[in-house]
Design a protein around this ligand. Structure first.
Ligand code: F6P
Length: 328
């Protein structure tokens, strides 16, 4: 994880699903590098852009007025070509042509897996920043974008609650998270949901049905948050199974989808992204590479990519335990 390459020129890119706060991270990398006298180039479109030589210089003024913007000024993509050794050789050739000595990769597990391959095969030093709404990376308490995505989803669920109460309805609301339930659990607690379906927790439809039947005796509306990766299926599938056993319920399904990925980042995400972006440059200059930076208990820590990607992060068991108490 440590070495002492001479670094004069850093490449920065965003890859995989975009997340709010990526722009704040790019801005921090560019400005921290400039303060240290380093050149920075932005690579457009993630690994695909590296293969296709879509590289442009970035200075401090090029990243003005982006700290508050969602999406990513560098665009993002998932690259099939980069999964091949030939694709990675082309990417390395681009780095050599531009004299880029090291990379800051902002993304999730796919991004860091790609970074590991690039380093193994071509020796490129890479530091990763955790940019994904899913919060599914070990080595950081929160990923950049998670807080904003949860806030966006909770705002939407609050609105759903209004109409659910007005009509005495049961709503199933599907949230993102790929195969993890971090967004779902946080949303369930914050929105006062009656139940949450999580990929990490084996749950039976019968349990959900009895919880809903019980809630119906005292409440006018119920909301069930369904993580998109839940093993019972998506929100429509779960609603259909419940409908078979509770045909008298008036039910509706809402899939929040990609609106959770957009929007202006929360202050929490901006601060996290800014802190980690500056730290990325400092760590590269001190010889750290092959690692993702994260914030753990308030401190910036470097975790080797193999651990950040390979170790499964657990849901907060305390949050899991309090949900049924809060839903009474
Ligand atoms: O990883 C971020 C994420 O938004 C997941 O929550 C979701 O499963 C996936 O990306 C959606 O990917 P796409 O934007 O390619 O449809």
């Amino acid at each position: 994880m440590s070495g002492s390459p001479t670094i004069g020129h850093i490449g920065v890119f965003t890859s995989g699903g975009d997340s709010p706060g990526m722009n704040a991270a790019i801005r921090a990398v560019v400005r921290a590098a400039a303060v240290s006298g380093l050149r920075v180039s932005g690579i457009l479109g993630g690994y695909e852009g590296l293969i296709q030589d879509r590289v442009q210089p970035l200075g401090p003024r090029d990243v003005s007025n982006i700290v508050q913007r969602g999406g990513t000024i560098l665009r993002s993509a998932r690259s099939d070509a980069f999964r091949t050794p030939e694709g990675r050789a082309l990417a390395h050739a681009t780095l050599q042509r531009h004299g880029i000595d090291a990379l800051v990769a902002i993304g999730g597990d796919g991004t860091f897996t790609g970074a590991m391959r690039l380093t193994e095969e071509h020796g490129t030093p890479v530091i990763g920043l955790p940019g994904t709404i899913d919060n599914d990376l070990a080595g950081t308490d929160r990923t950049i974008g998670f807080d904003t995505a949860v806030n966006t989803a909770v705002e939407a669920i609050d609105k759903i609650r209004d109409t659910a109460s007005a009509h005495d309805r049961l709503f199933f609301v599907e949230v993102m998270g790929r195969d993890t339930g971090f967004i779902a659990l946080a949303c369930a607690i914050a929105s006062g949901a009656e139940y949450v379906m999580l990929p990490e927790v084996p749950q039976r439809i019968e349990e959900l049905v009895s919880a809903l039947a019980e809630a119906k005796s005292t409440k006018s509306s119920s909301i069930v948050i369904v993580a998109e990766g839940d093993e019972e299926g998506n929100a429509f599938a779960v609603a259909a199974k419940v409908k078979e056993q509770l045909p008298q319920f008036d039910m509706r399904v809402t899939v929040l989808g990609h609106l959770q990925r957009g929007g202006s980042p929360s202050a929490i995400d901006r601060v996290l992204a800014s802190r980690l972006g500056v730290a990325a440059v400092e760590h590269l200059l001190h010889g750290t590479q092959g690692a993702m930076l994260g914030e753990v208990c308030g401190r910036v820590l470097a975790t080797p990519f193999s651990e950040a990607v390979g170790k499964r992060k657990s849901l907060d068991s305390h949050l899991l335990a309090i949900l049924p108490i809060l839903a009474t």
